[in-house]
Ligand binder design. Structure first.
Ligand code: SF4
Length: 323
């Protein structure tokens, strides 16, 4: 049976970048393919963190995912550390992973270049990713282009294990996320909390407007009468994500002919965003008032995940002589 595995960092409340770039797609996929959605707290501890903040952000991420439309009766939503088999399989995969492959990973090079002292968890991060996917014998992983190298390594690790101990794990295939990378409000860098250029998924309309109003547009539009080029404007790309196709065509025309100023254009975007985000906000408020629903969803998810993980590890241990 086809199965997908998706992981997300416990970074607190979702912002529209990770909503559009990943979660919105998962909400659709959960109706088509058996889906495992995992809040990867064991990955998060490879960087400096505070335990209380991690606990809070894990919780906020769970609320955001449920509010965004992840349905725990359709998808298995759980927190990675609740299923200890993730680390067991990661250790096993470490024994078939060439060190050179890990050192070649671009994300390892980038992260280690930014730090004085690099822990082994950062190097072995892709091995844990391979274990995350394989524990559920998932054959498909929805990813952005920046994750393709890690997924290729997962395929390599799985191939090596299968060659040594017999065919068991499917080699996971990438399913590229349809939405292009969402840029931050500065229009220059990827939308990211650490860069402070995000819009929270559950922010109120007024708060969204306070961020949209000064957001970067086509720098060539100095005066209201200057025509613009929507293709180089981040506001236009947000229109493509939130507005109807007719509105997007209208924005394109109004921008190129200077029919609208950027403020009018942003007001139309605000309306489109509010149409999609208001119900998410409402669900988020409801969930905040009923923490037992979040506990129930995560508890049920962990139970389902544990059952499958346990069955996978029974076979793995038998094949490897670990009984
Ligand atoms: Fe961007 Fe809209 Fe201004 Fe054109 S009119 S530059 S699309 S904000």
């Amino acid at each position: 049976m086809p199965r997908i595995f998706s992981g997300i960092q416990p970074s607190g409340e979702l912002h529209i970048g990770n909503y559009l770039g990943a979660v919105k797609n998962w909400v659709v996929l959960q109706h088509e393919i058996e889906s495992f959605i995992c809040i990867v707290d064991l990955h998060a501890i490879t960087l400096e963190y505070e335990p209380d903040a991690l606990r809070r952000r894990t919780r906020e991420m769970a609320v955001s995912l449920l509010a965004a439309g992840i349905d725990p009766t359709r998808a298995t939503l759980f927190v990675q550390s609740r299923v200890p088999e993730h680390t067991e399989l990661a250790w096993i995969f470490n024994t078939v992973t060439p060190l050179g492959e890990l050192e070649r990973q671009t994300q390892f090079k980038e992260k280690s270049a930014r730090q004085e002292s690099v822990n082994a968890g950062i190097l072995n991060y892709p091995v844990l990713q391979a274990a995350d996917i394989s524990l559920y014998r998932a054959d498909t992983v929805p990813v952005g282009e920046d994750q393709l190298q890690h997924l290729e390594l997962s395929r390599e690790i799985v191939r090596r294990w299968n060659n040594r101990f017999g065919e068991f794990f499917p080699e996971p295939r990438a399913r590229l996320t349809p939405t292009r990378r969402i840029m931050g409000l500065d229009g220059q860098t990827k939308m990211s909390k650490s860069l402070g250029n995000t819009i929270g998924l559950m922010e109120e309309r007024d708060a969204i407007w306070a961020k949209l109003r000064p957001a970067m547009t086509d720098p060539a539009r100095v005066r209201r009468t200057d025509p613009g080029n929507p293709e180089i404007c981040n506001i236009f790309h947000l229109h493509k994500a939130f507005s109807s196709p007719e509105t997007v065509r209208h924005v394109d025309l109004q921008c190129r002919t200077a029919g609208w100023g950027c403020i009018e254009c942003k007001q139309v975007l605000l309306d489109s965003m509010d149409r999609e985000l208001a119900p998410i906000r409402t669900r988020g408020v409801e969930l905040a008032g009923h923490p037992e629903r979040v506990d129930q969803a995560l508890g049920d998810g962990a139970q389902t995940a544990q059952r499958i993980a346990s069955s996978t590890m029974t076979t793995v241990r038998e094949r490897m002589g670990l009984t």
